[in-house]
Design a protein around this ligand. Structure first.
Ligand code: PEP
Length: 244
């Protein structure tokens, strides 16, 4: 089964010229691995400066939950139509860094999911437990993730047709401590059972450990942060995804 890799560039790189260069390199390299679907999610301000990629999808790292035709009084927010107009074709929502640093709640995320489903726009919904929960055991982590999904997908029936879930244990993000692939795979199966959706793994994925996650049939791809900021490293991950 073909794998999906999503590059989450977070608040990087600082200069738009570097974002353009990185996007172009990844676009050129991804062309060689047609069996892998690759998406890049640059910062909002960089998206319109990047020439339309040929081999990868362009996406965004967030979107506001309302999408009024005529704009609106939502200071600092970016609407789905604005993203569409600059060439985005998917969006990441519910990233743990937004949940933690910006107080984004499951209720807010649920509003975003509903808006995106109504608009038929593809989304990557992030869930995952903090260390305080995982340290109570894997069953506690499953319960936590199930509760997030229940709230995030409340009143939504056809999420699986329009989105993928990224399972990202919070303690594994940007720490260099990736999850145990067996447990990540078990969680992916569990999430699939709950949602019917495909599942990505995210959390310190590099070219060194990518194979151990991507070789699992239940893991449909990866959400890659730090390692996606280096074109060579990210290309290695794409190559690995093409071979599993
Ligand atoms: C992420 O930002 O979603 C992520 C998984 O980051 P990293 O790969 O750096 O852990």
């Amino acid at each position: 089964m073909s794998k999906l890799l999503i590059a989450n560039w977070k608040m990087n790189p600082l200069l738009s010229v570097d974002a353009v260069t990185l996007a172009n390199k990844i676009d050129v390299n991804a062309k060689k691995y047609k069996s892998v679907s690759v998406g890049i999610a640059p910062a909002f301000v960089h998206i319109p400066l990047i020439p339309k990629p040929k081999s990868v999808w362009m996406g965004a790292q967030d979107v506001f939950w309302e999408n009024p035709n005529d704009g609106g009084a939502f200071t600092g927010e970016v609407s789905l139509d604005m993203l569409r107009n600059i060439g985005a074709s998917f969006v990441i929502i519910g990233h743990s860094e937004r949940r933690k640093n910006l107080g984004e709640t499951d209720e807010m995320i649920n509003r975003k999911v509903k808006m995106l489903v109504k608009a038929k726009f593809y989304m990557v919904l992030c869930v995952g437990e903090p260390l305080s929960i995982r340290s109570k055991g894997f069953a506690a982590a499953k319960k936590y993730v199930a509760s997030q999904l229940k709230k995030d997908l409340k009143g939504v029936n056809n999420f699986h047709k329009l989105g993928v879930v990224a399972y990202e244990p919070i303690w594994a993000i940007g720490t260099g401590k990736s999850d145990n692939p067996e447990l990540a795979s078990e969680m992916a199966e569990y999430i699939k059972k709950l949602t019917g959706a495909d599942v990505l793994y995210g959390g310190s994925v590099t070219s060194k450990n990518a194979e151990s996650f991507l070789m699992k049939p239940s893991i449909n791809g990866a959400l890659v942060g730090g390692a996606s900021l280096n074109a060579q490293e990210f290309t290695k991950i794409i190559e690995i995804a093409s071979k599993v």
